[in-house]
Structures are given as C-alpha cells and as structure tokens.
Design a protein around this ligand. Structure first.
Ligand code: GAL
Length: 340
C-alpha cells in the first residue's frame, strides 16, 4: 500500500469513527484490484464505553484482515449513537440511503428494536445485532436478523464460582470480621440491560445455592463507567469503610473505578476483594498486582469473529452457516471464562 493511500486509510478510520464521513467512496475508486464491494455499517451505542471501544477496534482490524482473504473490497463505516436511540435511528436511515449491504447494530435501547428491524426489512438490509440483546419478539419480526453476544446467566454464575473457589481456599481473608456472613456491595451496569440484571441475579444465586450467607451493604447503577463506579464506591466507603468485604461489579470498568476510590481513601489494595467482568487489559493487570481477585472474560475476539463472518456472508447474499455457537434462532452466545 502506498504511503498516500495509507494516510487516506488512517484518516478515513479516524473520521468515520467520529464523524461517519463518506471517505469510503475515495477508497473504493482507488482500489483497482477488487471489482466488487461489500458495505458494512457498524452502529455503536456509545463509544465512550470501554468494552465497546475495544470491540470497535477489533471489528475494524478484523474486517481489514478479512478483506485480504476475499476478492472484493470491504468498506466499513462506524457511527456512534452517544447513547441516543433517536440518533442511532437516523444513522441507520443514512446507511440504508447510502446502499449499505448489511448493518451491525449495538442498539441503544434493547427494548426498541422493532423499528430498526422493520427499516432493514423494507430495504432488504440484514441486521446483525450485538452486545445489547433485542427482545426475542423483535428478533422474530424478520428472518434476516442475527444476534451475537454471550449468556449473561453464565457470566454472573462464573463470577459467583470465582468467589467460591477463593472463599474455599482462604475464608479468613474474605470474611475478615469472621461473622460467617459476607458483607458485599454490588455495582450494576444499566437498568434494563440483560448483562446487568441477569449477571447480578445469577452471581448472587450461585453464592446462595452454595450456602453462603450474604449481607448487602449497597447496590447502585454506575452505567458501566469507571467515573461513576468510583463515585458510588466513594459513597460506600464513607458509609461503611473497610467493613465492606467484597465488591461485585457487572463489568471491569466500574470495578477499576472502585479501585480508584479505594486508592484515594487509603484502603490497602486486596483488603476489600473485587470481582469484575469483561477481562479488560487493565483489569487483568490489576489481578496480577493483587488489586482484584479476578474477572470473567467477555470474549470480544470470539464475538467479533462471529459478527464478521455473519456480516460478510449476508453481504454476499448468502445464508450464514458454520458460525461457532450459533443456534437455530440466529443467536450466537460466546462462552465466558474465569480469569484470576
Ligand atoms: C456488556 C459489557 C459492559 C458494557 C455493556 C454495554 O456486555 O460487559 O462492559 O460494555 O456490555 O452494552
């Protein structure tokens, strides 16, 4: 690739990640070797979200890698809904007007997919939802809709199992006041998000089923963010200090925020145990440094692989087959794994 084309490519990515520019048309006309093109629109619910920013990067790299293996051009354009369903709906209209072949949608409001599915059906543009799972009634409206995500119940259960493994090994270091009851706080993602409600429920259920007695000191939504995770933990530290024995967090970003709060309040790392979810790089480092007990991998690589395979196959007007973990309802649930 010539230097000038590489510069155009990089500026296209940056522009498209933020502005959803029309750079791809330049790209298309300068590539003489590939005579056909698949156009993929990727719609993110909010690119400030740590896990989503990682997914975005991997999707961009993955589609580029895939393009090298195909004899057609793959144009990918990203747009950020910044948490607004109204904005996302208009971004969808724009992609459809520009003749995109397939849309990969991280929907803002998972209860509101009907309109998007209907837009796709009217224009015959298939939709691969990911990360935020539409309700099944909406998925059933059209047979060219797919979903790639995880089993939220399994994610929460593995957080619980991680706790149990550590508790069996060293009860005293978790139940520090020795009362046989675990004083805990829990940071939840967003109200109404499958990965909040179900992860929380199944994590606590796993502990209760194993006979662990629990005392909840606090629960709060921190919208998946490090800043809000820190704020909520600060409040709990004011109220309960280090009588908190464990923090469960629906994701790593909020758990990292809680660590920030502990650091500012001079609580030694490792005293209050912390369990997150996602397997973000910084969380894995925090585990290695003894600041977190563990996390559960939300496998972005495997999810990205499935999204790309499904999107490319739909873009070629084929029916996706041989997709890892895909069931008969067009749903892919990538397994989790404990990291500690
Ligand atoms: C979850 C992930 C969170 C957050 C959320 C956004 O699957 O664990 O960190 O990114 O998706 O929908």
């Amino acid at each position: 690739m010539g230097r000038s084309k590489m510069i155009i490519g990089i500026s296209c990515l940056l522009a498209s990640l933020t502005l959803n520019s029309g750079c791809q048309i330049q790209d298309k006309n300068t590539d003489k070797n590939k005579n056909t093109e698949i156009r993929v629109g990727v719609l993110l619910y909010n690119m400030d979200d740590l896990f989503i920013s990682v997914m975005t990067q991997k999707l961009d790299e993955g589609f580029r890698e895939q393009e090298k293996k195909e004899d057609f051009k793959i144009t990918v354009n990203f747009s950020d809904a910044k948490g607004s369903q109204t904005l996302q709906n208009s971004q969808i209209d724009k992609f459809i007007d520009q003749d995109y072949d397939v849309l990969c949608v991280d929907i803002v409001d998972r209860t509101d997919a009907a309109e998007i599915v209907d837009k796709g059906e009217r224009a015959d543009v298939p939709i691969v939802f990911f990360n935020r799972e539409p309700v099944s009634a909406d998925m059933k409206r059209w047979d060219k809709t797919y979903y790639v995500g995880t089993d939220s119940e399994e994610g929460g259960r593995q957080q619980g199992e991680l706790f149990l493994e550590e508790y069996k090994k060293d009860k005293e270091s978790i139940d520090r006041n020795g009362d046989g009851i675990i004083q805990y706080v829990i940071l939840e993602g967003e109200p109404g998000h499958q990965d909040s409600m179900i992860r929380t429920e199944s994590c606590l259920k796993t502990l209760k089923s194993a006979g662990i007695q629990l005392e909840r000191l606090g629960t709060a939504c921190a919208n998946w963010t490090r800043t809000q995770g820190k704020e909520k933990m600060e409040g709990w530290l004011q109220g309960f200090g280090d009588t908190i024995e464990i923090l469960f967090s629906n994701n790593d970003a909020m758990a990292l925020g809680a660590l920030d709060a502990m650091e500012e309040n001079d609580i030694p790392f490792g005293q209050i145990k912390v369990i997150g979810l996602d397997g973000m790089e910084e969380a894995v480092t925090a585990i290695q440094e003894g600041k977190m007990l563990g996390t559960v991998l939300n496998d972005a690589d495997a999810q990205v692989k499935s999204i790309i395979e499904i999107a490319i196959s739909l873009g070629k007007k084929e029916t996706p087959t041989d997709i890892d973990y895909m069931d008969s309802h067009h749903t892919v649930r990538v397994p989790h794994r404990i990291i500690k």
